[in-house]
Design a binder for this molecule. Structure first.
Ligand code: SF4
Ligand code: SF4
Length: 243
């Protein structure tokens, strides 16, 4: 089915463009687009809701903020940054999309992302699935014991928790301990084989941060601060976020 044409009646002021110029070094380079289409060709969200990154940027440049906000495409972007990576002018389209998301009232933003962010704010575990510090510890210890007892050659496998002074603090996506606990084991084995000095922490163990995807700056910051504090409190040198 043919897409409905967007009517342009004179160039308008773009709030999105202005907002992004405020946060990018030297105002960004949003006007340097060559319309080459490299961004759109590699974007996993191209074609969804009749949109692609090049079209999105052109619409913003033309001040079509209202038309942009009628589309839910900004929420279909994965924030993968592929568009920016391939762009010959290194135009920060994800930043533009992020600011579009911020223009939505919080209560109108996608329920799934909003619910995951809100859930993460409830516990110091930062788990978007609501798994607590105790839940995580229990699952890790349970899976570790099973591997040690049933897999030949892995009797001394380690999955340390709250190991003070470890070199690496490793985060874990909630999906594994909650729905696929065995999926944690390959990473433990790799770390074991290379002799890494690592640990999980009970506080701030969850790697995901849906508050970032929700474009909720305050909540995003809070989640990062809780996790960073957990790393510092254990005296770890490096924070390895598996997301
Ligand atoms: S890759 Fe960059 S220059 Fe090319 S169309 Fe996309 S934004 Fe414009
Ligand atoms: S960041 Fe968004 S717009 Fe850019 S390539 Fe990824 S999905 Fe597409």
């Amino acid at each position: 089915m043919a897409e409905e044409a967007i009517k342009i009646s004179g160039k308008k002021q773009s709030t999105f463009m202005d907002k992004v110029r405020e946060v990018l070094p030297e105002g960004g380079n949003l006007n340097l687009c060559l319309t080459c289409g490299a961004c759109s060709s590699g974007c996993p969200a191209t074609g969804l809701s009749g949109m692609d990154p090049r079209k999105f940027l052109r619409m913003a440049a033309l001040g079509l903020d209202e038309e942009i906000l009628k589309s839910d495409w900004a929420w279909q972007c994965t924030m993968c940054w592929r568009c920016m990576y391939v762009c010959p002018m290194k135009i920060d389209i994800p930043q533009l999309i992020y600011h579009t998301r911020k223009s939505w009232p919080r209560e109108n933003r996608p329920k799934g992302i909003r619910g995951s962010c809100d859930m993460a704010l409830k516990h110091d575990s930062c788990s978007a699935m609501g798994a607590s510090e105790e839940d995580f510890k229990f699952v890790v210890e349970d899976v570790l014991e099973e591997v040690r007892n049933t897999q030949v050659g892995w009797e001394d496998l380690q999955a340390p928790i709250n190991k003070q002074g470890a070199m690496f603090y490793v985060n874990q996506n909630s999906r594994e301990p909650v729905t696929e606990p065995d999926e944690m084991v390959p990473l433990w084995k790799i770390l074991h084989k290379v002799g890494a000095d690592w640990t999980y922490g009970t506080k701030g163990w969850a790697a995901e941060n849906y508050c970032m995807f929700l474009a909720d700056d305050a909540a995003w910051k809070h989640i990062v601060e809780v996790k960073a504090k957990a790393v510092d409190d254990l005296g770890c040198k490096y924070w390895v976020n598996t997301e």
